[in-house]
Write a protein that binds this ligand. Structure first.
Ligand SMILES: Cc1ncc(COP(=O)(O)O)c(/C=C/C(=O)C(=O)O)c1O
Length: 356
């Protein structure tokens, strides 16, 4: 486990672990932009074992559950926490329950949860209804270990994103992160702060949180200079991963943003889908909508002079595009039914732009 990845930083991860449950998570590529801006980097968390950053926290939280002899874990999820919990529970040989907002989970994530063998409990309502149910159950049913990001071990794993960025790039001026339940922005801020405390680095980046227009309780509170967010009763956005109205980690996220002299930006669904296409068609990187929100936020931040293009900025691309195939098919594309014997004319027409 010493090689690369989350457990490379074992000494910096709080807690004692009799057993480590790992699928070689972490050690994701930091990809430099080739066509948008030389000072822009993408930390592609979509290349984790189940295709999102959640694996970093899950390896630690499930290792903790197993070390404490739990045989059952549970998580409410918009999809990626579920897929990750299912995979790590399967790896550990323990049972997993996931609680999902019925009909609101991207196909790829639901498919993963089924494949990995979780018991899937679907509730009518938003993710927040599922989250409330898990918080309540956690108090009543002590045999079940809760995996949501109020579980500190999740954040201990996710903070390694900061360690890898610092090792490879040093300290960027800005880190831009899509925010839902708001654990990840805090975890990454925590990671940079711990490196300052141990003298490895002497500054931290500005933490910039991005939320979707229909689900932006934290961003709205930051922009309005309020101490606490107004929760959103019926959150709605095409970026279903961050379709969260009552983020459990809102205090932590607001602390990370404010103490890093950062900010928060709200982006629309169309800006998110445009950014998803730009990432794919300019950089060759396929990310799900919630992740593309980071690029939508970057573009807005540059236009509004919140970030300068000469500043070194890292976008955390939190999930792979395969998670949400429906979002991909929304993109316009040229699909031409051809007679296989007569493709030359079509191809030459496309090249010369002379096709009608
Ligand atoms: C792709 C993607 N991008 C960003 C976020 C937001 O991270 P947090 O602000 O730490 O919640 C999520 C979160 C997903 C869940 O909360 C879940 O899976 O239940 C995500 O899947």
């Amino acid at each position: 486990l010493r090689g690369r990845g989350v457990w490379r930083y074992k000494e910096l991860i709080a807690g004692k672990y009799k057993n480590i449950v790992s699928i070689n998570e972490g050690n994701t590529p930091l990809i430099r932009s080739s066509n948008i801006n030389d000072n822009l980097y993408f930390k592609f968390e979509g290349l984790n074992p189940t295709g999102s950053f959640k694996d970093r926290g899950m390896t630690v939280a499930v290792s903790s559950a197993v070390s404490l002899n739990y045989k059952t874990v549970i998580a409410a999820s918009t999809g990626n926490t579920a897929a990750s919990a299912a995979a790590y529970a399967a790896r550990a040989g323990i049972k997993s329950f996931i609680v999902l907002p019925k009909g609101k989970v991207a196909l790829g994530k639901l498919a993963q949860s089924i494949l990995y063998g979780s018991v899937i409990l679907e509730v009518d309502g938003s993710f927040d209804v599922a989250m409330d149910a898990v918080m309540r159950l956690y108090k009543d049913l002590k045999v079940v270990y809760p995996l949501n990001s109020f579980n500190p071990w999740r954040l201990e794993g996710q903070k390694t994103i900061a360690f890898e960025i610092a090792e490879e790039l040093g300290v960027p001026d800005n880190v831009i992160i899509p925010v839902g339940n708001a654990g990840n922005i805090y975890a990454i801020w925590k990671g940079f702060n711990e490196l300052v405390k141990t003298g490895v680095i002497n500054t931290i980046p500005r933490m910039i949180g991005i939320q979707a227009e229909g689900a932006s309780p934290i961003a709205t509170a930051i922009i309005k200079g309020k101490d606490s967010p107004d929760f959103v009763e019926n959150p709605d956005t095409v970026a279903t991963a961050i379709r969260i109205g009552k983020p459990v980690n809102w205090q932590k996220a607001m602390k990370a943003i404010r103490e890093s002299n950062g900010t928060a930006i709200v982006v629309s669904d169309s800006e998110i889908l445009d950014a998803q296409k730009t990432l794919a068609r300019k950089e060759g990187i396929g990310a799900e909508p919630a992740s593309a929100a980071a690029l939508a936020g970057y573009i807005k931040a540059i236009n509004e002079k919140v970030v300068d293009k000469d500043e070194k900025t890292v976008l955390i691309l939190t999930g792979h595009s395969l998670k949400d195939p429906d979002s991909m098919t929304k993109a316009e594309a040229k699909r031409i039914l051809v007679n296989p014997l007569h493709m030359e004319k079509i191809i030459l027409g496309e090249i010369n732009g002379s096709n009608s």
